[in-house]
Design a protein around this ligand. Structure first.
Ligand SMILES: NC(=O)c1ccc[n+]([C@@H]2O[C@H](COP(=O)([O-])OP(=O)(O)OC[C@H]3O[C@@H](n4cnc5c(N)ncnc54)[C@H](O)[C@@H]3O)[C@@H](O)[C@H]2O)c1
Length: 565
């Protein structure tokens, strides 16, 4: 912090402080545009949109080119009309903040600003930017004045004040409100504004609509703003694009015109023929659908936590219990919860609903009404702490202490075969074990940088790192995510299989022990090990523990008896 560096801008070398440039994940530095550059940028966009309009294309501005917005922008830019010609010209608009500006020049080169496991993302962005020329990115919000439709994909967070108490959290919608004020001050009266951000129920009608109405009144526009809501169900992973484009959508408009406009737009840009659109009467119903959908999911995952503990203490393998139950088709969506339920949505969305009931809708009895959703989120948020207990106990059974032990966690992301680390259970495991004195190492084939640790002072925002709930976290900024498992495991006293990434499913116990150099503690958080492998680890002198795996003691006893006989 505080120093200056030299950056080349159009072959001229400029000295810049760290507030004057934005750094992409690969380290490339991009100077943040200066005020004098805004007019030329708008002229560039005007030229492009004039040409696009002359070709009969609608102009769509996507506000926020993050995980969702970048891919949504490309999907819209990739659409064609009945004649097979591109029907939309898309401008991805992003704040020129030090943290996010780099996404704009990257997109304008035809490169994806988000790392996705889906092989469709990169070629689609490249195709739209370079070949079809239907996608550009900008930092200049004046592009809103050129739009026929604005899609809002900025974040709306729920910030928790305590670990394991969702109710004391708060909705953080400053970015969304700022975006809406900007939109209201710049769009034309006939522009459709579509909020895709997951919001607290009531936000579209009781926060966004008044903001737009006030802005219109101030500008002397006497028509009602055309405002709608339709939430994203995007799923990080190998079907990223399909989870936006080829997936069912729910929508609603603030008035009849908004409703028919949003229906038309979504029919044009999404595959609604195969995945029909559900149109609700009011935006609060569309918003509530999203919150209930994710609260339901969070709840059925949290529900298994108590049975997981029951299983561990009573000789039951919960993995086999779940497989047995899933034979019954009515129960085949039961999922083992692993070390926590991360991702951006499930940990926060129920909180948005709880918060809205009091703060937007004015009810005081939230504590009496909401029992299950807050409990579910609290359970999911703290489940990882028990993994630390298992590591401690496994090491103790081997006559070792957690303090000073070298522990490798396999999997930093929140879900198998993706690189998304947001609110992953693994983060909690690492933090708790670090607090207890373990020397942590990390392996993940999909994650290059674990920003929640590396940049914990500023990520996900200043003062919001989970690090604040634990002691001794400072040196976690030095964590490097390793890619070679054999090297990562060398000398480790414990290995935690935290995420069922493909690379971990078939690890041979003999190899693991050989790489480690000696028998070690193995902690299975996701039912990754079958009985044969568990038995083999015991035979090799390892200690094995696992979430929900109460039958381990039985397997250990059998190995011991076989050795004695
Ligand atoms: N990521 C997911 O898996 C997922 C799934 C379903 C729904 N959602 C929802 O989609 C929404 C967006 O999520 P995301 O993952 O894309 O978030 P994100 O943080 O990756 O992206 C948001 C982007 O908006 C930008 N932004 C903020 N304020 C802005 C402004 N005033 N003008 C222009 N840009 C601005 C940010 O810089 C950032 O790039 C959230 O409501 C989220 O809940 C996300």
């Amino acid at each position: 912090m505080g120093g200056t560096i030299i950056i080349k801008v159009n072959s001229e070398e400029r000295e810049m402080t760290d507030t004057q440039y934005s750094v992409a994940p690969d380290g490339e530095k991009f100077p943040i545009p200066q005020q004098g550059e805004y007019t030329a940028e708008l002229d560039r966009l005007k030229g492009l949109t004039d040409a696009a309009r002359a070709d009969g294309r609608e102009i769509v501005v996507v506000m926020g080119v993050g995980f969702v917005g970048a891919v949504m922008a490309a999907i819209v830019a990739d659409t064609t009309d009945e004649d097979g010609k591109p029907g939309k010209f898309v401008i991805g608009c992003q704040r020129p903040s030090t943290r996010s500006y780099w996404k704009i020049p990257l997109l304008n080169r035809g490169l994806s600003p988000v790392k996705a496991e889906d092989p469709e993302v990169e070629p689609m962005i490249a195709r739209c930017v370079k070949d079809k020329k239907t996608l550009v990115a900008t930092y200049n919000p004046d592009c809103l004045s050129l739009a026929d439709c604005v899609v809002v994909d900025v974040q709306c967070d729920y910030v928790k004040a305590d670990l394991g108490n969702m109710k004391t959290g708060d909705t953080e919608m400053a970015a969304l409100e700022a975006t809406l004020r900007t939109i209201g001050s710049k769009i034309g009266p006939k522009c459709l504004t579509l909020i895709e951000t997951t919001v607290a129920p009531g936000t579209t009608e009781f926060v966004a609509w008044p903001i737009l109405k006030k802005a219109f009144a101030k500008r002397g526009i006497d028509s009602e703003p055309i405002l709608a809501h339709s939430y994203e169900r995007v799923m990080p992973g190998k079907d990223y694009v399909a989870s936006i484009r080829d997936f069912w959508r729910v929508c609603a408009g603030c008035n009849d015109e908004a409703r028919s406009r949003v229906e038309k737009f979504l029919h044009e840009v999404l595959n609604t023929r195969d995945f029909p659109l559900t149109v609700m009467d009011r935006p609060i119903e569309s918003e509530t659908s999203k919150i209930v959908e994710n609260s339901y999911r969070a709840t059925i995952l949290a529900f298994l936590n108590e049975w997981s503990l029951f299983a561990e203490r009573n000789g039951v393998d919960l993995i086999k219990v779940i497989e047995a139950i899933k034979m019954r088709p009515t129960h085949d969506n039961m999922i083992f919860p692993g070390p926590g339920i991360g991702g951006y949505c499930l940990p926060k969305d129920g909180g948005l609903g709880f918060w809205a009931y009091k703060h937007l809708l004015g009810f005081q009895d939230g504590d009496e009404i909401f029992k299950i959703t807050p409990t579910a989120i609290d359970i999911n948020d703290t489940r990882g702490l028990h993994v630390a207990e298992l590591v401690r106990d496994a090491l103790r059974n081997m006559g070792r202490y957690i303090a000073g032990a070298d522990v490798l966690i396999c999997g930093a992301s929140y879900r198998q075969d993706v690189g998304d680390t947001r609110y992953s259970g693994s983060e909690l495991v690492v933090r708790k074990l670090t607090e207890m004195g373990a020397e942590m190492r990390v392996h993940d084939p999909y994650v290059d940088h674990w920003f929640e640790l590396e940049k914990q002072d500023t990520y996900p925002a200043v003062g919001q790192s989970w690090g604040r709930f634990f002691r001794n976290q400072d040196h976690l900024t030095e964590i490097v995510v390793q890619k070679n498992i054999a090297e990562a495991i060398e000398g480790a006293e414990a290995v935690i299989l935290a995420v069922p990434h493909q690379a971990y499913l078939n690890l041979a116990p003999e190899d693991v022990v050989k790489w480690a150099g000696a028998p070690l503690a193995v902690i299975d958080c996701f039912g990754i090990l079958d009985d044969e492998k568990i038995t083999r680890y015991f035979e090799l002198g390892c200690e094995v523990k696992g979430l929900g795996r109460g039958h381990l003691a039985r397997l250990k006893k059998a190995v011991r008896e076989a050795k004695q006989s």
